[in-house]
Design a protein around this ligand. Structure first.
Ligand code: F0G
Length: 458
């Protein structure tokens, strides 16, 4: 029998209350937070879709393993468990634990970046781009053309444009390219998967030119689900085998364990080159911690070791991907313009089409984020011209290629009724769309402005 309802493949052992609020309360809270949901207190939020990062519910096995954490400064047993789990997945000889993904990025890009260097990616995540640019290097995004078409059912919209990669290498010279980064799944490009064929093609080009091939693998289990179900030749492989194959292509892997390792904090950097690993280990010790714990406590490393294995369980991955699709399908049926096909960890709404009445310079994505919060207490994030916009020499906004709103779904946290509620909030937002207004930015910092910017409603 094949039942339609995808049940959560777990029972709930411990619960955390949600504080209920009224629309009136939320209008006030959002005003006090300068219309930036990052500045809200989580107590003011009903359904938190801000991020899938560090928000997972851990399993009873992970909590049990945490009790067994070995907090020794050097050579802890928990480090060995962590190292073995990361090695099993990545196959890489050098493993550097870090407190989260961006710490691994800072170490790697601080080491190999710098002025005059270029990095090329399917799409740099915001912290990736910021760490690269902070080093003085430039970051270029070259997603495949198909990723710009919201409606097509192209199966791997996370792929990198191979032709453009070859052109860029020719134009810039291989020597100036410090690395090619494949982000799997492609978070800023809609959580879309990257095919193994694309990863292999990137690897071949990189190796031909002596360029470092880096995998940003924080959602590699979700990516493996798509490969198994969409790419020829993979239906007989396990999700873990697929992820291992992808890691085997890379020279370096960066992972924020806060995603597919099902934990609340953690990350790592893995490398094949001894000389690069030695240089990075120096930076690790100076800025994160000793080489056998990085920024992590022993109990964190235990939870990661268990989570990295749990995430590949077929029942979990099936539920994970299908429940994200459930939200996407319901929104699409309502007429909400979403990025299709639905990605792994989030549903992305095209705010430009949701609010055709709001000009891009008035940040339609921010308008939708604010509407969803005021109407229903749903918190989510703009991934568009607030996050990636720049200014030209005249101070005019150079908009991001897309203005998306991301509904990122924490792992194992919300049930189907929470999702049904979010769909109703969208129904309400659709009813009020004609009256919606855009925003202007009244305060912004130089880097990663979306976290702390202030807005005013126009
Ligand atoms: N790379 C990707 C693709 C990410 O999505 C993130 C984080 C990082 C690197 C940085 O990892 O947060 O552990 O330092 N993404 C979160 C998000 C913040 O909401 O998508 P981190």
């Amino acid at each position: 029998m094949n039942f339609k309802t995808i049940i959560e493949p777990f029972r709930i052992k411990s619960v955390e209350p949600i504080s209920m609020t009224t629309r009136e309360d939320r209008v006030r809270y959002l005003h006090e937070a300068h219309y930036n949901p990052f500045l809200l207190s989580s107590e003011q939020v009903l359904i938190d879709f801000l991020t899938d990062s560090g928000t997972s519910a851990m399993s009873s096995r992970q909590w049990a393993a945490m009790m067994d954490g070995d907090e020794s400064y050097a050579g802890a047993r928990s480090w060995e468990h962590f190292r073995d789990a990361v090695h099993e997945l990545t196959g890489m000889p050098y493993i550097l634990p870090t407190h989260q993904g961006r710490a691994a990025e800072r170490i790697l890009y601080g080491q190999i970046g710098g002025k005059g260097k270029t990095f090329i990616s399917n799409t740099h995540f915001d912290t990736t781009r910021a760490n690269i640019e902070f080093s003085g290097a430039e970051a270029i995004d070259i997603p495949v053309q198909e990723s710009r078409d919201f409606e097509s059912d192209f199966p791997f919209k996370g792929d990198l444009d191979i032709e453009v990669l070859e052109q860029l290498i020719k134009q810039k010279g291989a020597g100036s390219i410090a690395g090619v980064i494949l982000t799997v799944t492609n978070n800023s490009g809609g959580g879309q998967p990257v095919s193994m064929g694309n990863a292999r093609a990137v690897r071949d080009i990189c190796h031909r030119h002596g360029i470092l091939f880096i995998l940003d693998m924080c959602r590699i289990a979700e990516n493996a689900w798509f490969i198994r179900h969409r790419e020829k030749g993979y239906s007989g492989k396990t999700y873990l085998q697929i992820a291992q194959e992808m890691c085997s292509l890379a020279d370096a892997c960066v992972m924020s364990a806060k995603k597919d390792a099902l934990v609340n904090m953690g990350g790592f950097l893995t490398l094949r080159s001894k000389s690069l690993a030695d240089a990075c280990t120096q930076l690790l010790i100076i800025t994160e911690g000793f080489a056998t714990y990085g920024g992590l406590s022993g109990r964190d490393m235990e939870a990661i070791a268990v989570g990295l294995r749990e995430v590949f369980q077929p029942d979990y991955l099936h539920y994970r991907i299908k429940s994200t699709t459930y939200l996407g399908d319901k929104l699409k049926a309502l007429g909400v313009p979403i990025l299709f096909p639905v990605g792994g960890h989030a549903v992305y709404v095209d705010a430009r089409r949701f609010y055709p009445n709001i000009p891009i310079e008035h940040y339609p994505g921010q308008a939708l984020v604010c509407a969803l919060y005021e109407l229903g207490g749903v918190r989510c994030v703009e991934v568009g011209s607030v996050m990636f916009g720049k200014y030209d020499e005249q101070g005019k906004l150079v908009a991001a290629p897309m203005d998306l709103v991301r509904l990122a779904i924490p792992r194992r946290v919300y049930t189907q009724s929470h999702i049904d509620y979010v769909v109703e909030v969208f129904e309400a937002a659709l009813k009020e769309r004609d009256a919606a207004k855009g925003f202007r930015i009244s305060y912004e910092p130089k880097f990663l402005r979306h976290f702390t910017a202030h807005f005013e409603r126009l």
